[in-house]
Design a protein around this ligand. Structure first.
Ligand code: PEP
Ligand code: MG
Length: 755
């Protein structure tokens, strides 16, 4: 099947229709106003490569050093040319044109269409590469359509796409592309909407809008109007009306997409009415409910009717929302803060591609606007400033992805700033200062703690992987450590644990473990620190010096990891226990032991015996298991009988094993669902059984950092939750809110009963 109607696909069809196509189909089916059209499937692209015999040649072209800008540009040129110069086989061409003719018949004549690429890997919900591939607007007639389809296919090999693919370990040969052909909306106004703040994740809708086609916003040609709206009450919290000098339209004579001057009376006028804003937010809320994740939505208005052109997950929300203080000077320039963070550095102005190699690590790159071929240089820069653009322009998207502070729409940075100047930029506020400024940094959670410590009945703990983060973690005021992953200490040792054993240096290994755990136990003493025995997959061990002997597994996530590994190479487990014993002898009575990836009570029994054999007094020491497999959840009553004090849900694994979603496989990540009813049912069951038996419960997977899930778990009666460092403050608030609700509800119930 080389083509399919958009209305006939849904979100499960990413493999056929690409992310964009599958999303559009899903939205049509959920009643959203999406323009009609069809999709040239990913299979059609594969068939094109195969049947025309250019596959090998194409992939050979891509074998380059991606950090070399010149090689990258050359590969782009050659790959694109190869695709342009290759004829589409007749059978594929016929299917495409048949669908186009049917669309034209249904719409009452030859229609203009938008032709957009829809990548099957890059547009997936957890990667924000969407928008890298090209879009061709106002395409009419069979010849133009075929031409645009080829351009979309070729756009899969833009320099930025090639660069990202290698950086993110996507295999070029596996990356596919579908093409969406959709009736063109001849927009009088258009733009984008974020259904949550794209950097901070704050629960507001942000709309950017301009006159004419939305291309002008996405390309950064025009600084758009910006509206911030309360998603629940639809109140407009903030409005910035910019001067919109240019607009993108369809040339009435040629049908080409052109830029024209905006008529004087409309330049400074608000491009959206309050009613349109309300309707847009309403649609945004609907879309967010469909995807259960904040979305970046492109929309357009034609003859007063709103159309949704596409929607994709926002992947750039930075929960490390940093509150920074300390800059008191007057800024020399102000733009729009597009990616938060404060940095100082040397200015490098980019006037042409030739300047890119001048950008060195730590520089602040200043350009009119950025483009895909600038990405390698952007990656080296510590900050980015542009003259043009809004929150969704190339510079903004890429810098958020890279976590690099960025200011867009400064209007004149390339003119006001000089090469070699030292400046400081604040990517949250959008301000640029002369010179290097020392800033004091406070994390959001520190600010919350300082201002209003909240006491909750449910303990709010923190997860730690790197001992050096212990101090920062302790400052959150967390009630302890819900998960200390020791494998991170081990994987950064100079050699594989087996090598320590083979070389007779086991004590050194034990001392390394003691050192790392002690750092955390000290930072939190006397609060509890739950330390998990080693749980790293074989592929990570193999990467260590001396790890060559690790087995090569098809799916390490289902492989030799966690307790099953420690029960087969028992010496490793014994050495870990020796480290615990040393810590207990040193008086660290706040350390607990947790066993990972349990799937049967016998594993606990064996591990327990080894702990006793190593001289650990389980009457004095608290110990427990991670509930990470459906088996452990289902058998929880038998597991409790083994004498555990504690369980903690490892939701990352529990979700993966319950839903059959490999957490490392981006092809299925869109189905990874923390709120899946099967997962919640298992969790509730385990909490109920543990509460009956007096076993403490906690959660330390990623879901424990999600306030929404945490509220549910508190409702289920969990005794403790453990979040990432940057989530502690929000999680604590969510816990407090839920606990108050529960108290209030039970008070109301008892009043009703009494009265
Ligand atoms: C989990 O599975 O949720 C967990 C916390 O363990 P890890 O992410 O280390 O597998
Ligand atoms: Mg796990």
């Amino acid at each position: 099947m080389d083509t399919v109607w958009i209305k006939d696909v849904g979100k499960k069809d990413i493999g056929i229709a690409g992310g964009k196509g599958a999303n559009l189909g899903e939205m049509i089916n959920k009643g959203l106003p999406v323009p009609p059209g069809f999709i040239i499937t990913a299979k059609a692209f594969r068939n094109f490569l195969k049947e025309s015999g250019i596959e090998k040649k194409l992939f050979d072209i891509l074998m380059i050093d991606i950090d070399d800008d010149a090689q990258l540009k050359d590969a782009e040129k050659k790959a694109k040319q190869l695709i342009f110069n290759t004829k589409i086989p007749e059978n594929i061409k016929k299917e495409i044109l048949d669908k186009y003719r049917t669309l034209c018949n249904e719409e009452g004549g030859e229609v203009f269409v938008a032709v957009r690429s829809s990548a099957t890997a890059e547009d997936l919900p957890d990667a924000s590469f969407a928008g890298q591939q090209d879009t061709f607007l106002n395409i009419k007639g069979e010849e133009q359509l075929i031409d645009a389809v080829k351009k979309c296919w070729a756009s899969l090999y833009g320099a930025r796409a090639i660069f990202y693919r290698v950086k993110k370990n996507f295999d070029h040969e596996k990356v596919n592309i579908a093409v969406v052909v959709q009736k063109m909306v001849n927009a009088e106004k258009a733009g984008v909407m974020f259904t949550s703040h794209p950097s901070s994740g704050e629960n507001v809708a942000i709309i950017e809008s301009i006159w004419g086609l939305g291309e002008a916003v996405v390309s950064g040609m025009v600084s758009p109007d910006n509206f911030v709206i309360d998603k629940e009450t639809y109140r407009i919290i903030d409005k910035k009306i910019s001067e919109k000098t240019k607009m993108c339209i369809k040339d009435p004579k040629t049908g080409d997409t052109i830029y024209i001057d905006v008529p004087q009376d409309k330049r400074n006028a608000e491009s959206l009415t309050d009613d349109e804003i309300k309707e847009l937010v309403n649609l945004g809320n609907k879309i967010e409910r469909i995807y259960r994740f904040p979305q970046d939505v492109e929309w357009a208005i034609e003859n007063g009717k709103i159309f949704i052109l596409q929607s994709r997950a926002i992947t750039t929300i930075n929960n490390n929302n940093i509150v920074k203080e300390g800059i008191s000077k007057e800024p020399i320039l102000i733009g729009t803060g597009a990616s938060p963070g404060i940095v100082s550095g040397r200015v490098v102005i980019i006037n042409s591609i030739k300047d890119l190699n001048k950008v060195e690590k730590g520089d602040i790159m200043v350009a009119k606007m950025t483009s895909p071929d600038m990405v390698p240089a952007m990656e080296r820069a510590s900050g980015i400033v542009t003259d043009e653009g809004g929150m969704t322009c190339h510079a903004a998207i890429v810098s958020r992805e890279l976590g690099t502070p960025c200011i867009v729409g400064s209007k004149k940075a390339t003119k006001v700033l000089k090469n070699g100047d030292t400046i400081t930029i604040d990517g949250a506020k959008g301000t640029i200062y002369k010179g290097r400024i020392d800033t004091k940094t406070e994390t959001k959670e520190e600010v919350v703690i300082k201002n209003k410590p909240i006491i909750t009945a449910t303990e709010v703990k923190v997860n730690i992987s790197i001992p050096s983060a212990a101090e920062r973690a302790a400052k959150t005021g967390a009630d302890g450590v819900g998960l200390l992953r020791i494998e991170h200490m081990v994987l950064t040792l100079p050699m594989h644990p087996q090598k320590y054993i083979d070389e007779g240096r086991s004590e050194e290994y034990v001392d390394e473990l003691v050192k790392g755990i002690k750092t955390v136990a000290d930072a939190f003493y006397p609060k509890p620190v739950w330390v998990r025995t080693i749980d790293a997959p074989t592929d990570e061990f193999r990467a260590m010096p001396g790890g060559e002997g690790e087995p090569i597994e098809a799916n390490p996530m289902l492989g030799w990891r966690g307790i099953r590994r420690d029960l087969t190479i028992k010496e490793h487990f014994r050495l870990e226990m020796r480290a615990f014993k040393k810590l207990f002898n040193m008086g660290y009575d706040n350390v607990g032991i947790m066993l990972p990836l349990i799937q049967h009570p016998y594993e606990i029994r064996e591990a327990k015996q080894m702990m006793i054999d190593e001289g650990i007094d389980l009457n004095k020491v608290e110990w427990g298991i991670m509930v990470e497999t459906p088996a452990a959840a289902i058998l929880i009553e038998d597991i409790i009988k083994e004498g555990i004090d504690y369980i903690s849900f490892g939701t990352n694994d529990l979700i993966q094993y319950t839903l059959a979603i490999d957490r490392n496989n981006e092809n299925v990540s869109y189905m990874y669902d923390e709120e899946h009813p099967a997962v919640l049912k298992l969790i509730k069951y385990v909490i109920d059984k543990c509460n009956e038996a007096g076993v403490k419960t906690s959660v330390c997977g990623q879901a424990g950092s999600n306030p929404k899930i945490v509220e549910k778990l508190v409702e289920y009666g969990i005794k403790s939750v453990s979040s990432n460092i940057d989530g502690v403050a929000d999680v604590r608030e969510a816990v407090a809110r839920k606990e108050r609700q529960i108290i209030l509800e039970s008070a109301l119930k008892s009043i009703k009963k009494d009265g």
